[in-house]
Design a protein around this ligand. Sequence first.
Ligand code: NAD
Length: 319
Amino acid sequence: METSKTLIIGACGQIGSELTSKLRSLYGVDNVIASDINTKNENLVNSGPFEILDAKSYSDIKNCIEKHNIDTVYLMAAMLSATGEKYPELAWDLNTTSLFHVLNLAKEKYISKVFWPSSIAVFGPTTPKVDTPQHTVMEPTTVYGITKQVGERWCEYYSKNYGVDVRSIRYPGIISWKTLPGGGTTDYAVEIFHEAIKNKQYESFIDENTALPMMFMDDAVKATVDIMNVPEEDIKIKSSYNLAAVSFTPKQIADSIKKHIPEFEITYKPDFRQNIAITWPESIDDSVARLDWNWSHDFNIEKMTEVMLKGVASLETTV
Ligand code: NAD
């Protein structure tokens, strides 16, 4: 029998690109098919099997699954929070249509396992802000948050009613240096490292003391690989797991950078993304994920800052 394979949809993006390379190192380059609607990430496109695919097209996804004997799908294509506020209907369409297609393909037994990421954006202004629990009030006010909340409900519904094996994590803001973020509210926490290396100053679009939950990319990828590898019966939460690593404000991350670049300066000019940030939690209680599938993070602010500065500096010297 031919080996079953994995498909990543939205593989050119911030998380998809690093997830693809991790899965390829674990399962073999030819067993992990990357796909995206465009070929903008050349490194990723040239790193192994790649297909152009529109996540809004059921037949595109189904044809790719059949062509490559795909067993597991990671659906990483989405429109993120800040861009979603500019194009609410497009965000709704992409984020919900693509999830429906993948869940239906699992229901129809074309694939046997699905990963779909949710976000801290499922929470809203009425949610407890500190140590936000797994089960709590969820009244998101962004279209992105609404698509993630409705997605979580559908994941649980397909699991309970059709036996679909779908696993999900509520990612916090993801910090990485290899690929730039794609239009989220937490993008400042990546931009700040690039500007610190290039210009030794940064104007933050998030206010000085607004804390948000964040996570270094390696931890996010580890969590994604781990949750997909535990036995199905250990996955007790069929909607999406809270996941946490660090929480910081722009001032705190600037202070951490200043330990390495003392002349670095930060100024603040909050824009519309500040209005999104203040509706989200400051910190997340992820004890259920830690209990159910042994989640633990490796990167604190200091370790993350060190790796980010080195990584971004290495990009600058290779340009
Ligand atoms: P990203 O914007 O960097 O990448 C998304 C990718 O999807 C892009 O490469 C884009 O070209 C592709 N795409 C867009 N429309 C498509 C379509 N119709 N068909 C196929 N591909 C399409 O996003 P990301 O940061 O890598 O996020 C991945 C997932 O994780 C998303 O579901 C996002 O909501 C979630 N998430 C991300 C963060 C974060 O901080 N990055 C936080 C919480 C949740």
